[in-house]
Design a binder for this molecule. Structure first.
Ligand code: DQQ
Length: 669
């Protein structure tokens, strides 16, 4: 063993068993004491990292053991950062894509694989522990470690909000899925409970997948969920609390005669999943819908039941939309045409519209349509066929998937949960030891002013985390300017802002030809200048603006003089790292007569959740800065329009961290 290898290195570094040459002959170079040997050692390690990466990839293909992957990738990251002693990416750290696991298991690939050659040249950024630790959020729901995906069976019971979620107890990538469980008094502070359901039966051996809760009028809780069987067939199963008098609902019983539903004739064995909350029919039966597909047409199958044990398949489909592919996590619920209150899932009638939401497995976005539920013919009819489910409106134009609502009767509101995946590389998630967040729960209601979209807004309880605030009134930003907003550290913020375009300047702007063509995703992001935009805020920026994430409006004036507004979030300069997704997200947002441009932004480390015009359009981003972190994160106002000045007024709160911790009966309130 080479004398320059310290015992510490031998223990910590996987490649230390390779002898480091300690003589000129052995090394093939002149000896220069410890420094050079260390240099050679680093080269050796570099080569071994490359070999390890290839081996890792092979291993990865062969194994689903997330825990082992975690230790290996964490070790690789450690070597690259600590031993190279450099912030540059070593040539040896070429990134290789691991094999898909979701697809073979019967769902799409759930882990992030969105890298494209345009935003990643296949190299690993040398993330260090401090950067990776910063990414963990302070007031968004996360398990203590490992992988999480869809929200499952949210409900309110005996004074507690219950949140179940798709969880991999063995690692930070999708696989080995069971149900995690947490409880809260206020949807913000959470206590982790033991796993609610694990894969211990033939009918869920390959995963306890997504499901929904129904609370019957007598208070009984019914949980329906998809099991992936020992042969990877998707079946529906029934579960219920072992002790309904336990407000924490710790123990769950699986119905002994599960499964209660198999894929019907004509439906693929892996195309039948995610039962909804049930609603009552006028005949007093319970009705559910389950997502599927027929060739490329996304469909919603319907079943009636009286006892949740036996089911009658209803002829026809609740809804179908060609070319939308597999429908996952269908959600179906009423919204009031008159009041902002949420409605129980079984409500129907004249004062009600219905919302159908589907999660498109093909593009991993959540789409909704507003329409009418024709109970007699068991049909959902979208108000606007051009905006039908899967081809029109989305809940969120950023990262947001597999969402689910529940009716919170304690506050007469409908609450939406959505899974926010990662946009960094899988190896970084493995090094962090966790992946995914849940968005801040949002209230959902019909936008009675437009009648054609929903309004989503963070639940009021998040405001209990607001600490000190700074207010800025009538800040002017000239064309092409960036204005610092001094709020101190800007990593945990709740920002409310309004913008106005200078009236006289606006009147002088002639109509533009691209009124319907501006597209957040493809029109050049915040760097692309137009007469009336973009303008907005730069969040998670450093002082030198080497990293920043613009959240902005882009306004275009049509030949009729009307303005058309897009609301976008541009990740292209969010990080100097090359191995994170840096797309621009967004869509059109209705700005009605007399309204200012308004936005609310929740910044919580690696998540930026933005709500425009009271929640008509929302955009959630995951960002992974390397410099604009901790005390270096700042906030700026910007106006990149060429022809108009804007006036902005903002209120910015520093946000406290939520208590999200293991359950402790002594501290439970
Ligand atoms: N996630 C579950 C499935 C669902 C998918 C598996 C959506 O039940 O279709 O983890 O992300």
């Amino acid at each position: 063993m080479g004398s320059s290898t310290t015992s510490n290195e031998s223990n910590d570094i996987p490649c230390s068993y390779i002898p480091v040459p300690d003589s000129p002959d052995a090394a093939g170079a002149a000896v220069e004491p410890r420094r050079q040997v260390k240099g050679l050692f680093v080269i050796f390690c570099g080569m071994l990292v490359l070999i390890s990466l290839v081996a890792f990839n092979g291993y990865y293909r062969a194994s689903n053991n997330g825990h082992e992957q975690a230790s290996l990738a964490a070790a690789l990251t450690k070597i690259i950062v600590e031993e190279s002693g450099s912030e540059t990416v070593p040539a040896s750290s070429r990134w290789q894509q691991a094999a898909s696991r979701g697809v073979s298991a019967g769902v799409s690939e759930k882990t992030n694989r969105l890298f494209s050659s345009s935003n990643s040249n296949g190299e690993m950024y040398p993330w260090n522990n401090s950067m990776l630790s910063w990414q963990r959020t302070a007031f968004h729901f996360q398990p203590e470690k490992n992988w999480m995906n869809d929200p499952n069976g949210p409900l309110y019971y005996k004074g507690w909000y219950h949140f179940f979620y798709q969880y991999n107890p063995n690692g930070a990538i999708w696989g080995d899925i069971v149900w995690g469980h947490a409880i809260s008094r206020d949807l913000i502070h959470w206590q982790h409970l033991p796993l609610a359901m694990v894969a211990d039966q033939w009918y869920d051996k390959n995963g306890v997948w997504t499901g929904s809760a129904t609370i019957l009028p007598n208070g009984e809780i019914i949980m329906l969920y998809t099991g992936s069987t020992n042969e990877s067939v998707q079946v529906q199963n029934l579960a219920y609390p072992a002790d309904p008098s336990d407000p924490l609902l710790i123990d769950w019983v699986k119905y002994p005669s599960n499964p209660v539903l198999f894929p019907p004739p004509g439906i693929g064995a892996t195309d039948f999943r995610d039962p909804t909350t049930a609603w009552l029919t006028s005949q007093g039966k319970w009705r559910i819908t389950i997502g599927s597909k027929l060739n490329k047409t996304g469909i919603a199958l319907v079943y009636d039941t009286v006892d949740f044990k036996t089911y009658e398949k209803i002829e026809g489909l609740l809804h179908a939309v060609p070319k939308t592919g597999m429908w996952e996590c269908v959600d179906f619920f009423p919204v009031s045409k008159e009041v902002k209150n949420g409605l129980d899932t079984s409500i129907n009638g004249a004062g009600v519209k219905h919302v159908m939401k589907v999660s498109l497995d093909d593009d991993r976005h959540d789409y909704y349509a507003i329409g009418t539920y024709d109970e007699k013919n068991v049909k959902f009819i979208a108000d606007d066929v051009k905006n039908d489910v899967g081809i029109g409106l989305r809940y969120d134009y950023g990262v947001f998937y597999a969402s689910k609502t529940f009716f919170d009767d304690s506050k007469a509101r409908r609450v939406l949960w959505g899974w926010i995946g990662e946009s960094d590389a899988e190896y970084a998630d493995v090094a962090k030891g966790w992946a995914s967040l849940q968005g801040i729960p949002r209230t959902v209601a019909l936008d009675t002013k437009t009648g054609s979209n929903l309004l989503q807004w963070p639940v009021a309880e998040v405001e209990s985390l607001r600490l000190r605030s700074d207010e800025f009134k009538d800040l002017k930003a000239k064309p092409g300017s960036v204005v610092p907003i001094d709020v101190g550290t800007a990593t945990q913020l709740d920002i409310v802002a309004e913008f106005e375009i200078e009236k006289e300047e606006l009147e002088k702007v002639t109509s533009e030809s691209n009124v319907d063509k501006y597209n957040c995703e493809s029109s050049g992001g915040a760097a692309q200048r137009g007469a009336l935009g973009p303008f907005g805020l730069l969040v998670l920026a450093d002082d030198g603006l080497s990293e920043y994430t613009p959240v902005y409006f882009y306004v275009v004036k049509g030949s009729d003089g009307n303005l058309k507004t897009s609301f976008c979030s541009d990740q292209s300069r969010s990080s100097v790292a090359n191995d994170v997704v840096k797309k621009t997200f967004g869509s059109f947002v209705p700005v009605l007569e007399g309204e200012k441009f308004s936005v609310r932004i929740l910044v919580d480390h690696s998540i930026v959740e933005s709500f425009a015009q009271g929640g008509r359009t929302t955009v959630t981003s995951r960002v992974y800065p390397t410099r604009a972190i901790y005390g270096a994160a700042r906030l700026f106002l910007f106006n990149n329009a060429t022809d108009v000045s804007i006036t902005a007024s903002l209120k910015v709160w520093q946000m406290n961290s939520a208590f999200i911790r293991p359950y402790n009966p002594d501290q439970s309130n």
